[in-house]
Design a protein around this ligand. Sequence first.
Ligand code: UTP
Length: 290
Amino acid sequence: MKPIRKAVIPVAGLGTRFLPATKAQPKEMLPLVDKPVIQHVVEEAIHAGIESVILVTGRGKGAIENHFDVAYELEDTLSRRGRQDDLRQIQAITQLGRFAYVRQGEPLGLGHAVLCAQPTVGSESFALLLGDDVFDEADPALSALIKAHHESGVSVVGVQQVPLEHVSRYGIVNAPPNGDRWWKVHQIVEKPSPELAPSCWAVVGRYVLTPRIFHHLLALQPGVGGEYQLTDALAKLAEEGLLAATPIPAKRYDTGNKLDYLKANVEFALKREDLGPEFKAYLKGLTTSF
Ligand code: UTP
């Protein structure tokens, strides 16, 4: 089976859960300590062997393109000031991989965003990473999905168990665990109520999709909330017996959600050699005074 070379990362959403911060800047550029969320996601893709990253952008998302582009004036200034470490760090971002950008004119949903990437993806299987879901760097999520795709030969969604009261925030699968790396998906439902959820296994922002997905995306009708839902196209793959799920063991942070974003910042800072020890001491002092 051919290697997965391309990753699609949709970043055209409005980020309304994170207002007012996202009024004039992309939520994907919010930093975890000092690195934008989107850079964490791109680095996970590159780590898993991806060569080309296709970002689906929209109005007001120019900062993302600039972040992965050459910053000539900054590089020149850092070079003249002899700040070689900073210079290397800035240049490494541009050299992460090949970048392509396609526009989604209106944020009509994740399904529509993925369809916008079709001409650039072509007829090969590709990875899909949501631009605001970040996994623990020590244990990258996408590599696990690519292995499951190569074993199963079909499209794969990454899943994690969530509390029953949270199932209505996710696409939920009926995919009985079988002790193997991947499980056949019999059914997938977008944002079900707890009573109707087929399980507590939620789809969590990482996918490997065959080009068959475009066939179903092209036939989509607007679903929940008037948006073109990727889940509806995945449901068609499940009906055809062409969808698998694989559990992602890595810890996940939905950085589009304010509480998860705060938790991610604290945990990423605590793991840093340069900041961790001092920050830990500060937090300990803080907890005794609250
Ligand atoms: P979300 O639903 O988390 O993003 O979509 P959102 O719509 O920006 O967030 P809220 O709910 O208003 O706060 C997951 C990912 O899919 C992208 C988003 O940018 C995000 O990275 N997306 C979503 C698109 O690219 N286009 C869309 O039409 C919708």
